[in-house]
Write a protein that binds this ligand. Structure first.
Ligand code: 3NQ
Length: 502
């Protein structure tokens, strides 16, 4: 009897304390929820999360809360609140939630993609940004790098011209080698064993990473046998072994006076941080590996995925492909290959890339953010520790901002005379924004433009003989992947004639 009274009294006191603590504070509308399970019993998992959250706007409005099990979470479906979270209060929301799967990948929150906000994250982020300027300043270096890989890619595609092929591996190799040069000053051939291992473990990691799987909601589930988690752990082990191999090679030939890649830059920073006079957070080999792993993995998976989405949409919209090729023939012809400075000439290609990034955002829910301090969105209190999902899918498909958002219309990124590129409205964050904006945006945009310009100058892209078009549904996850598809490429007549006369 006494136990019952004690527990009842404690529960009552806790409830009063909760209520008092929230006196005068306004909280977002929240989905129904139960203790422990949260809102899960009330959610349907038929649609991908980004589509489901978009549909929930009708019932709960643009910004609403729900309980992901025991985790208080918020969905932001409109660009105005997204701007507040990402930019205006970017620092308040710049942290990341700790999840079982991302902890496995990031060595318990090391690196820059999944680590919490703080001095260590800021230091590594700055090191990566300054390393990218190694490429930006020497932009001929970046351009030369990407064009080399574009050339290899086109040669591979031409070797199977007229045959039905899946371009995924060739595109994956091209984007891998660009980021591999940036990270390690090295590259792979298509039949290299390490390349095949990397492609395989990458695919397995993407299949199991932060899919809001139960283990990321109820961490205690990892105590039970879980094949997805075992696959993730095995894949991350392979990834870390490959990175360690690269690190050892790089350490042997390291020369502090010649920093040529990201790993060099991080090793140099480590040497500097060993200097007792330098008051920076400690730099360890594991932090270096996780940081390079983030950049390498992001650089490969995102760019290769978007190139394939672009090709898929051009197969669905041959008239857009023809407009791009007509512009390439007019502005460049067949006497030379495209370069980065052609970006302000090839407006139809650039607007197509922008439209693909809108209609199929690489990360429909970005990577979840987390409030590391008590803060707010508008008049609503957001307690420290709240998980924030920025729903790019909803923002990029908002009918109040985009005319016919479901339609593929690159011309929406051109002015009415079609001679200027525009961003027609603020509801557009293809690379995120604020402190956590994609650190590789410049590299990604350069690669997307050059790979596609080289391919479209040289080849006609056709659906296979059975006429099967690529699926545009996508595979939701931390990267919105495209379902593998096949196509036929044929060398264009103008290119063949130019080659013959060369
Ligand atoms: C990569 C490991 C690799 O094997 C698979 C792809 C992974 C998971 C990346 C991840 C970093 C990583 N290991 O640390 C990137 C991620 C999530 C893409 C997938 C990414 C991102 C950037 N922009 C848009 C969407 C995702 C940043 C870290």
């Amino acid at each position: 009897m006494w136990w019952f009274l004690t527990i009842s009294l404690l529960t009552l006191l806790y409830y009063i304390w909760q209520k008092q603590g929230s006196m005068g504070k306004k909280y977002l509308i929240c989905m129904p929820h139960l203790p422990i399970l949260g809102s899960l019993p009330y959610m349907n998992f038929h649609d991908p999360a980004h589509v489901y959250f978009t549909k929930l706007k009708e019932k709960y409005g643009n910004t609403f809360a729900f309980w992901m099990g025991p985790q208080y979470s918020v969905v932001v479906n409109h660009f105005s609140a997204a701007k507040e979270v990402l930019l205006k209060k970017g620092k308040d929301f710049a942290s990341r939630p700790r999840m079982v799967t991302t902890d496995i990948l990031s060595g318990s929150g090391k690196g820059i993609a999944f680590s919490e906000y703080g001095p260590q994250w800021r230091m590594y982020r700055k090191l990566v940004q300054s390393s990218f300027s190694l490429l930006k300043d020497g932009s001929q270096k970046l351009e030369k790098l990407i064009c080399q890989e574009a050339n290899t890619l086109c040669k591979s595609l031409a070797a199977a011209q007229g045959k039905i092929q899946d371009p995924a591996t060739d595109i994956f190799l091209a984007s891998s080698n660009v980021i591999c040069q940036f990270c390690f000053s090295s590259s792979w051939n298509k039949d290299d064993e390490d390349f095949e291992i990397m492609m395989d473990y990458s695919n397995n990691i993407l299949k199991t990473l932060c899919k809001d799987s139960l283990v990321d909601i109820f961490p205690w589930i990892q105590l039970f046998p879980n094949k997805d988690l075992a696959l993730l752990k095995d894949s991350v082990t392979l990834r870390n072994e490959l990175l360690k191999k690269k690190l050892e090679i790089q350490k042997e030939k390291f020369n502090i006076d010649s920093v040529n890649n990201l790993l060099d830059a991080l090793l140099k920073a480590k040497l500097d941080s060993d200097n007792p006079l330098v008051q920076e957070p400690e730099i360890t080999d594991e932090h270096i590996l996780m940081t390079v792993g983030d950049i390498f993995g992001a650089g490969v998976e995102t760019t290769s995925t978007v190139v394939r989405w672009c090709i898929a949409f051009l197969l669905h919209h041959p008239q857009v492909k023809e407009e791009i090729q007509k512009e390439i023939d007019q502005k460049i012809g067949f006497g030379r290959t495209p370069v980065l400075s052609d970006r302000n000439q090839l407006l139809h290609l650039e607007s197509t890339i922008r439209e693909v990034l809108r209609i199929r955002p690489v990360a429909p829910l970005l990577i979840p953010h987390m409030a590391w301090t008590d803060t707010s969105i508008g008049e609503y209190t957001i307690p420290k520790g709240t998980r924030i999902y920025i729903n790019l899918w909803s923002i990029h498909h908002d009918p109040t901002q985009w005319n016919e958002p479901e339609r593929f219309m690159p011309e929406r990124f051109l002015d009415k005379n079609k001679d200027q590129l525009i961003i027609p409205n603020a509801s557009y964050f293809p690379f995120g924004s604020g402190p956590r904006v994609c650190v590789g945006e410049f590299l990604a945009r350069s690669e997307l433009f050059l790979f596609l310009a080289w391919i479209l100058q040289r080849f006609d892209l056709e659906v296979p003989d059975d006429g099967e078009l690529p699926s545009l549904d996508g595979l939701s996850g931390v990267v919105f992947q495209i379902i593998p598809f096949k196509l036929k490429v044929k060398l264009r007549k103008g290119w063949r004639e130019a080659e013959l006369s060369a």
